[in-house]
Design a protein around this ligand. Structure first.
Ligand code: HEM
Ligand code: HEM
Length: 208
């Protein structure tokens, strides 16, 4: 039962990760200015706002939160190794973030008929006092995504070691896997930094 839920969590995670690849790439285009970001978003919307795709994506978001929180309760926290603690903490932050973020985007777009483009996010990141909440809120969302994927990657690799026939080399492989996970996190920090300097008005003036 636990293994099945984990398998579906991974499968649904793959759908969200595919969307995140587009979403994060889109946000990196903000380095070239708001109009470039909006042009890329208008193109990508043909993919993720195509109704069957959007329904699958939003269903996966709901399933990911419910299955993730269930996995946390099953797993516990206090006696877990460090990488599992990171996985649980990043997962819990992602639950909090995805509920607010997706609800805000959908309500703004479908209920208030607002445009949910670059200025929808950059507006609150640049206005005082909203930015005191929204800068850490968005920063932690991308960092948590990468930390969650890095710890899942490390957990999977360590699991493979259980059937490894050369126990004397185990420590060498463990440190190799640790380096891979750390590199995923470093990539995440750099991407987060680039996106946040673009959205927070460090590179150009943002008038919302
Ligand atoms: C961006 C969305 C998410 C993605 C892409 C994602 C992806 C993954 C992946 C690939 C795994 C590894 C599964 C395996 O080893 O087979 C995993 C594990 C896990 N995830 Fe997520 N996840 C996401 C959101 C969440 C959320 C919102 C939570 C809620 C707390 C969560 C909690 C967990 C936990 C506790 C595990 C460890 C499962 C275990 O080893 O028993 N995840 N996640
Ligand atoms: C700096 C970080 C982020 C910013 C600035 C941001 C901004 C946005 C914006 C402006 C939209 C509206 C898109 C549109 O109208 O086409 C959106 C939608 C969305 N975002 Fe994010 N986002 C961020 C991070 C994330 C993360 C980390 C996740 C998931 C873990 C996520 C999941 C989603 C989803 C599921 C949608 C809804 C797509 C749909 O309408 O069906 N976002 N985001």
């Amino acid at each position: 039962m636990g293994a099945t839920l984990k398998k579906y969590h991974r499968l649904s995670g793959l759908v969200i990760a595919a969307f995140m690849l587009l979403h994060i790439t889109n946000h990196l285009f903000a380095l070239g200015g708001p109009s470039l970001h909006i042009t890329v978003m208008n193109f990508l919307r043909h993919i993720y706002l195509f109704p069957p795709v959007e329904i699958v994506l939003l269903t996966c978001v709901m399933f990911q939160i419910i299955s993730g929180v269930t996995l946390v309760f099953r797993k516990g926290f206090s006696h877990q190794p460090f990488y599992i603690k990171l996985q649980v903490m990043s997962g819990l932050y992602l639950s909090f973030f995805m509920i607010i973020h997706v609800w805000a985007v959908l309500t703004a777009r479908y209920h208030w008929n607002m445009e949910t483009d670059f200025y929808f996010a950059a507006g609150v990141v640049n206005r005082f006092p909203e930015k005191l909440f929204f800068i850490p809120y968005y920063t932690l969302s991308i960092i948590s995504t990468f930390v969650h994927i890095a710890s899942a990657h490390y957990a999977k690799r360590v699991e493979q070691l259980k059937v490894f026939p050369y126990p004397m080399y185990e420590e060498i492989f463990r440190s190799k896997y640790r380096r891979e996970a750390i590199n995923i996190c470093i990539a995440g920090f750099i991407i987060t930094f680039l996106i946040m300097i673009a959205f927070s008005g460090v590179l150009y003036d943002i008038k919302s």
